[in-house]
Design a protein around this ligand. Structure first.
Ligand SMILES: *[C@@H]1O[C@H](CO)[C@@H](O)[C@H](O)[C@H]1NC(C)=O
Ligand SMILES: *[C@@H]1O[C@H](CO)[C@@H](O)[C@H](O)[C@H]1NC(C)=O
Ligand SMILES: *[C@@H]1O[C@H](CO)[C@@H](O)[C@H](O)[C@H]1NC(C)=O
Ligand SMILES: *[C@@H]1O[C@H](CO)[C@@H](O)[C@H](O)[C@H]1NC(C)=O
Ligand SMILES: *[C@@H]1O[C@H](CO)[C@@H](O)[C@H](O)[C@H]1NC(C)=O
Length: 440
């Protein structure tokens, strides 16, 4: 009897300890390394990295306009006006003396935590490619948060000798077509509201917040919790953590693991239909970067060994679709993307997890390697890394460590181009520049 009790409390403790809400916050997740699948992140035995191209989302910010206006501000204002006595409200009692982080004054700016993480990424990338020629240039789309993230990266990479690398800012405009780091902004067919509409995100939000609302209304009857309040509290866990270092909203006493997973799935649905497989436009927006860096890496006389560019959260997921990564339909023999993401319940075994694809400072890289590996032909191989973890291409794994031989990789990129290289047509703007020429 006694040992059973001990066992079950041990199981409870390890369960709680192994669940980290910060790994389920989608676009508000502090930078992390999911390492899924857990393949070795170093080049396989017998291989050396000879070139690489990185596309990085900016580091952590205080808040974005949409999240703040839709969820956080209404919640924080309601809280300030509420007569609810929180002191006896159990898991909500921290609200008696909680003060909101000052998001409004710093909207869209990167936080100190974010700056620090951008510097660390610079250190990590320098260490990983210490044998390569350091880059002469790093690129950033022109928003303050992307430029500052690139700046932090350069500081870390050069150990504070910033003058060693030029930071080239790339305008975020509507008339540049595919020739920028923000192709979605120059694509008339793209809308930032895809996926956040009534029929998808709100439908699922209503499903998962209903029991939470009931529970919290019992604890705090005069606050009248609503759907958007609940979403605000999940989001505050992420934003407060990247502003202050931690947040009482991340407590597992407040929301259970199942509830955190619901919040994550709600976001995954939104991104799936906004910049993922739920929208045929997505790979068309991601393809120009894949084409441009493949050309740069394949070119023996390219100007740089390392190409690093900073942009916004829309871009890593569209590049993932252009490369066929995180495709829920893989190996199913069918292609009905929407069926893989129902909006009334969670598909727990989906490949499409935005917390892994687009957390703050997420980075997607194509790495070229020279290999003399046992059991393989000597030569060049390519692989894709997301947040340092290899993501084997479904269509090409003939190399060491699930990498792809150069000939097959170039063929693969050409084939993707034949399917998805129609930026102008897909965007409804036939005059738009269809290629990214930044790295030429
Ligand atoms: C609670 O909030 C809902 C949704 O905003 C509103 O319709 C309702 O009138 C509110 N109830 C009270 C008692 O304030
Ligand atoms: C996703 O996978 C399905 C099944 O293999 C495939 O038919 C479809 O083309 C893939 N989607 C993309 C954008 O690669
Ligand atoms: C998938 O869902 C999106 C968003 O509702 C819709 O626009 C699209 O037509 C759907 N695709 C298919 C093949 O039904
Ligand atoms: C990798 O680099 C090391 C050190 O520069 C060198 O000794 C080795 O021959 C290289 N291997 C390949 C396959 O290029
Ligand atoms: C883009 O480059 C490809 C060659 O890589 C070329 O065939 C195509 O015409 C170019 N498209 C545009 C719109 O310039």
């Amino acid at each position: 009897m006694r040992s059973n009790l001990l066992l079950s409390s041990f199981a409870l403790a390890t369960n709680a300890a192994s669940f980290n809400p910060l790994h389920h916050l989608a676009g508000i997740a502090p930078t992390w390394k999911p390492h899924n699948p857990p393949l070795d992140t170093k080049p396989p035995a017998g291989c050396n990295a000879t070139k690489a191209a990185y596309l990085v989302r900016h580091a952590a910010i205080y808040g974005n306009d949409f999240d703040y206006d839709t969820y956080i501000e209404p919640f924080v204002e309601k809280l300030a006006q509420s007569a609810q006595d929180w002191t006896a409200a159990d898991s909500l009692s921290f609200l008696a003396d909680w003060t909101p982080p000052n998001e409004e004054a710093h909207m869209e700016e990167i936080t100190r935590v974010g700056t620090n993480e951008a510097i660390t990424l610079g250190v990590e990338v320098q260490e990983r490619y210490a044998d390569l020629k350091p880059p002469a240039k790093v690129w950033a789309s022109s928003a303050d948060r992307t430029v500052r993230s690139a700046d932090g990266f350069i500081t870390g990479f050069t150990n504070n000798h910033r003058e060693e690398i030029d930071l080239e800012t790339v305008p975020e405009e509507e008339n540049t077509g595919a020739n920028s780091l923000t192709p979605y902004k120059a694509c008339p067919a793209y809308s930032s509201s895809y996926g956040s509409d009534q029929s998808i995100t709100q439908t699922y939000q209503k499903v998962y917040t209903r029991p939470i609302i009931e529970r919290l209304r019992k604890l705090a009857p005069s606050f009248n919790f609503t759907r958007t309040d609940i979403v605000a509290m999940f989001e505050l866990c992420g934003y407060e953590t990247v502003i202050r270092g931690d947040s009482p909203f991340c407590s597992l006493d407040l929301f259970t693991p199942a509830e955190w997973l619901s919040f994550e799935y709600g976001n995954d649905l939104m991104y799936f239909h906004n910049t993922g497989y739920g929208r045929p436009l997505s790979p068309r927006l991601g393809y120009p970067w894949v084409r441009a860096v493949t050309d740069a890496l394949a070119d023996g006389s390219s100007a740089q060994d390392l190409y690093v560019s900073f942009t916004h959260r829309e871009v890593p997921p569209v590049i993932a679709t252009a490369l066929g990564l995180y495709n829920n339909s893989d190996f199913s023999g069918a292609n009905n993307p929407n069926l893989t993401m129902p909006s009334d319940r969670i598909n727990y075994h989906r490949a499409w997890k935005s917390s892994e694809i687009l957390p703050f400072l997420t980075h997607i890289a194509i790495e070229k390697m020279e290999c003399g590996a046992e059991g393989y032909h000597d030569g060049d191989y390519y692989r894709v890394l997301v947040n340092s973890s290899p993501q084997p291409l479904t269509e090409c794994r003939d190399g060491p460590g699930e990498s792809c031989s150069a000939g097959e990789f170039l063929r693969f990129v050409d084939e993707r181009g034949a399917q998805f290289g129609d930026f102008g047509v897909a965007c409804g703007d036939l005059d738009a520049p269809g290629n990214l020429t930044l790295y030429e």
